[in-house]
Design a protein around this ligand. Structure first.
Ligand code: SAH
Length: 236
């Protein structure tokens, strides 16, 4: 159903089941998109594929839909992992939204030495990822890890997954095989000498360039994920 409204729900999706809409979804369906009882939407929950469903109730506080048929079976959606330094709130939110659109499987915010932002609101970041998953026709949402320091992030990183660290002002080629890799992007002020030293001494981390210009951190995340997808052989 190209162009359909797609909504993420948490309940199981199976023949004969009924799904519910929360207040925000009901507002979006009824007020923003002007949908009515009897009309159809597409639902997914990250586990049971995508389903066509008919709206059976809709008011200001919620609604319900009856499951009609499965449109797509669930498939795994492996993608790059993105470790990004916490930025100002709006910039961190852009990173979460764009990384979700670009297929990131896991988002790992970390507190860099030069991060200036306070702790992000996990519910807000999850809601942004959910909306981006809905609009980009994913069947899964990215997992969002809790905020760690850079040393803790690197200590917990699976060593078998290469991690490409975006470092500006160095002529470092972008690797050709970015399959099952990760991207590490620093804060607006860049990595400190100590962080660069840690990166240089971590065996699975490879410094990479994103080109000759100095990008804002959120641009670097987007460009890096696009280059990773291209190097993994995806057309984007
Ligand atoms: N304020 C710093 C730049 C930081 S850019 C300075 O002027 O030196 C923010 C982050 O984006 C960096 O930590 C790096 O991870 C990434 N980045 C920006 N431009 C890049 C480039 N050309 N190549 C690789 N990484 C880049």
């Amino acid at each position: 159903m190209p162009g359909s409204i797609r909504l993420f729900v948490t309940c199981p999706l199976e023949p004969g089941a009924e799904s519910t809409f929360d207040r925000a979804q009901a507002h979006y369906l009824g007020r923003v998109m002007r949908r009515r009882v009897g009309e159809e939407v597409v639902l997914f929950n990250g586990r049971d594929g995508a389903w066509r469903a008919r709206i059976t109730a809709l008011n200001a506080t919620g609604g319900r839909a009856a499951l009609a048929e499965q449109l797509t079976a669930q498939v795994a959606e492996p993608g790059p992992w993105l470790a990004f330094a916490l930025l100002k709130r709006a910039a961190s939110e852009i990173v979460v939204q764009k990384a979700t659109e670009l297929g990131a499987e896991r988002l790992l915010p970390f507190r860099a030495e030069r991060s200036v932002a306070g702790a992000p609101n996990p519910e807000r970041l999850a809601a942004i990822a959910t909306e981006a998953a809905e609009q980009s026709e994913r069947l899964t949402r990215p997992a969002i890890a809790r905020v760690l320091s850079l040393p803790a992030l690197l200590a917990g990183w699976p060593p078998g997954r290469p991690l490409f660290a975006a470092i500006e002002r160095r002529a470092l080629p972008f690797p050709r095989d970015g399959k099952s890799a990760g991207l590490l992007v620093g804060p607006e002020g860049g990595f400190t000498e100590g962080e660069l030293d840690l990166i240089a001494h971590t065996p699975f981390v490879r410094p990479v360039s994103l080109g000759p210009r100095i990008l804002r951190a959120e641009t670097a995340a987007i460009v890096g994920l696009a280059l990773l997808a291209a190097s993994a052989g995806h057309s984007i």
